[in-house]
Design a protein. Structure first.
Length: 229
């Protein structure tokens, strides 16, 4: 008489968040961001770095950060990208005279901690983080921005930006610049909540991260708006 073998019932995957959470709780955890920036596939909580790479490689290039297994689309429009590129050009020119590191744009993925991949709009990373001063080939290296620049978009919330600063400074970042295109200001952070607000009357400097680097905030915004040389 044959014995019937019954396959074991697979156990349910471990929930990444408390089972009583609602969508509102998840959005609050992510910094109160609008729901349209949260991708549903893979299911929130179960996304991986491979999903971040896959989306970036597709034709439509959806740039997403990975936050606790959740894919969160980056909020960045054309104007924000132009501002980041203008500032990035100034930093690249500075680095050609002072070879202390390299820069990355809005597609520069960084593994700041387990299940946290951030993509600053602009970043500077010192050569000290790279063995033999060589940029790694891996798409998501375990590095952090010595300087992280975030150009604020309309859908960025104060809580979301604070979450970003926590990730940056906890990973080793020394300086964060948050640029507000609408107010034409730059808030300089030297800690998660330690900041100084600069206006178009001020000069932005690199402090100890980019020694000697300076750029007029007024000229930066003017170049981004009208292409003024």
């Amino acid at each position: 008489m044959s014995t019937l073998t019954v396959a074991p019932i697979p156990s349910a995957p471990t929930l990444p968040f408390p089972e009583e959470w609602s969508l509102a709780d998840l959005l609050e955890h992510l910094g109160g961001i609008p729901a349209y920036r949260v991708l549903l596939q893979p299911a929130p909580g179960f996304a991986t770095e491979a999903d971040v790479i896959r989306l970036e490689a597709q034709a439509n290039k959806r740039l997403c950060e990975l936050i606790d297994g959740v894919l969160v689309e980056k909020a960045m429009g054309f104007r924000e990208s132009v501002i980041a590129q203008e500032l990035g050009t100034d930093i690249v020119i500075y680095l050609r005279r002072n070879n202390i590191g390299t820069t990355a744009g809005e597609q520069g993925m960084m593994r700041l901690s387990l299940r946290r991949v951030r993509m600053p709009d602009l970043s500077f990373v010192s050569w000290d983080q790279f063995p033999n001063r060589e940029v790694p080939e891996t798409p998501i290296p375990s590095i952090y921005p010595d300087l992280a620049v975030e150009v604020l978009s309309i859908s960025n919330t104060p809580a979301e930006m604070r979450n970003k600063r926590e990730d940056y400074f906890n990973a080793g970042t020394r300086l964060v610049w948050e640029i507000d295109p609408r107010a034409e200001t730059v808030r300089v952070f030297t800690g998660i909540d330690d900041s100084t607000l600069l206006t178009t009357a001020d000069t932005l400097d690199g402090a100890e991260v980019l020694p000697g680097f300076q750029v007029s905030i007024r000229e930066m915004f003017e170049r981004a708006r009208r292409g003024t040389p």
